[in-house]
Design a protein around this ligand. Sequence first.
Ligand SMILES: CC(C)(COP(=O)(O)OP(=O)(O)OC[C@H]1O[C@@H](n2cnc3c(N)ncnc32)[C@H](O)[C@@H]1OP(=O)(O)O)[C@@H](O)C(=O)NCCC(=O)NCCS
Length: 162
Amino acid sequence: MTGPVVEIVPLTEQHFPWARQLWEEAWGSDRVVSRGKVYHLADLPGLVALVAGEPSGLLVYCVEGDACEITSLNSTREGLGLGSRLLEAAAERARQAGCRRLWLVTTNDNMHALRFYQRRGFRLSALYPGAVDRARQIKPEIPLTGLDGIPIHDEIELALDL
Ligand SMILES: CC(C)(COP(=O)(O)OP(=O)(O)OC[C@H]1O[C@@H](n2cnc3c(N)ncnc32)[C@H](O)[C@@H]1OP(=O)(O)O)[C@@H](O)C(=O)NCCC(=O)NCCS
């Protein structure tokens, strides 16, 4: 049996209404805070996963020097391989841009993300205790409690050597 046709395309203006709603639902707004830095997701390059033409996954990244940070990754149709495809496409883009490291931060409640990235080769590279508590002062919409009822306090960094 073959699955649905999945295509990875660059994020463009036409995806913005859908993308903004996705960010709003997932992150409370279109800005994220990582390592104390505020990113406006709409200002960054991104990749969209289309399933039979429908936007269903979105990865946003930021290249700085020889490192590429994944600033946001979401799939609205989990388990179809969209997250993996977006990750592979981002790694490829980063390599082409001369990057040697692909990295991201996630929050201490996100066990699924820790599983997802580690199964795809990422290593735990740093722990920043209290980083989310500090981020909440910049972005009050960050909830106090996250997945599985876990209080959100810390950032966990994961990285993949390219
Ligand atoms: C993390 C995320 C992007 C993965 O996207 P995806 O499209 O499901 O990715 P894939 O289909 O490639 O792989 C998902 C893996 O999770 C598993 N999975 C999918 N849905 C699941 C569910 N509801 N419960 C448990 N496992 C699930 C899949 O079987 C697969 O497992 P594998 O590692 O054994 O292959 C997606 O779950 C998501 O949007 N999460 C919310 C936002 C988030 O946490 N982003 C990352 C933090 S920065």
